[in-house]
Design a protein around this ligand. Structure first.
Ligand code: UDP
Ligand code: MG
Length: 162
C-alpha cells in the first residue's frame, strides 16, 4: 500500500545535459553517459552537434554580461557537443549533483567535474539549473519529434512501480 502511494507520487521531469567539446575530445562520452544511465535515469534524446556561435550565445544568454561570455561561446561552438535529454524523478536537481560545482577545483570527488576536470573554463559538461531553464534549453536544442517517448523496462525496478 505504502509502495503504491509512493509510486503515485513519482514526478517525472526532464533536463538538458550537454557534454562540451572538451569532454567529447577527451573521450569522456561513455563515462559521463554511464553515470546518468547507472543512476537509473532514462535517456530520451541524444545528438552530436557543432553549434554556431550565435546558437551558443542563445544557450548562454543569461551570462551575456559576464567577462568570460565571449570565450565561453567561442569554446562551445569550437567542436562537437553531445546534446542530451535525461528523464527521471528529480533529474534536474540531481543531475546538477552528479555534475558537481561549476569550478572543478571545488567539485566534490565522486562528481563528474570533481573526478574528470580541473579548471572552470574546461569543465566538460553542462546541466540545466532549474525547471524553467530545463524547458527552455530542451526546446532550444531539440525539436519535439526528436524526444523519444517510451516506457523503460527498468522503471519498475528503479522506482518500485508495478
Ligand atoms: N565559466 C567560466 N568562468 C567562470 C564561470 C563560468 O568559464 O568564472 C563557464 C563554465 O564553463 C561554466 C559556464 O561558464 O560551466 C556557465 O557558467 P554557470 O555559472 O552557468 O555554471 P554551470 O551552470 O555550468 O555550473
Ligand atoms: Mg549554468
Amino acid at each position: 500500500m505504502l509502495q503504491d502511494q509512493e509510486a503515485n507520487a513519482i514526478q517525472m521531469e526532464r533536463t538538458f545535459i550537454a557534454i562540451k567539446p572538451d569532454g567529447v575530445q577527451r573521450g569522456l562520452i561513455s563515462e559521463i553517459i554511464a553515470r546518468f544511465e547507472c543512476k537509473g535515469f532514462k535517456l530520451v534524446a541524444i545528438k552530436l552537434v557543432v553549434p554556431s556561435k550565435s546558437f551558443a550565445q542563445k544557450h548562454y544568454h543569461d551570462l551575456k554580461e559576464r567577462p568570460f561570455f565571449n570565450g565561453l561561446c567561442n569554446f562551445l561552438s569550437s567542436g562537437p557537443v553531445l546534446a542530451m535529454v535525461w528523464e527521471g524523478e528529480g533529474v534536474i536537481r540531481y543531475g546538477r549533483k552528479l555534475i558537481g560545482a561549476t569550478d572543478p577545483s571545488k567539485s566534490e570527488p565522486g562528481t563528474i567535474r570533481g573526478d574528470l576536470a580541473i579548471v572552470v573554463g574546461r569543465n566538460i559538461i553542462h546541466g540545466s539549473d532549474g525547471p524553467e531553464t530545463a524547458k527552455d534549453e530542451i526546446s532550444l536544442w531539440f525539436k519535439p519529434e526528436e524526444l523519444s517517448n517510451y516506457t523503460s523496462n527498468q522503471e519498475k525496478w528503479v522506482y518500485g512501480v508495478n
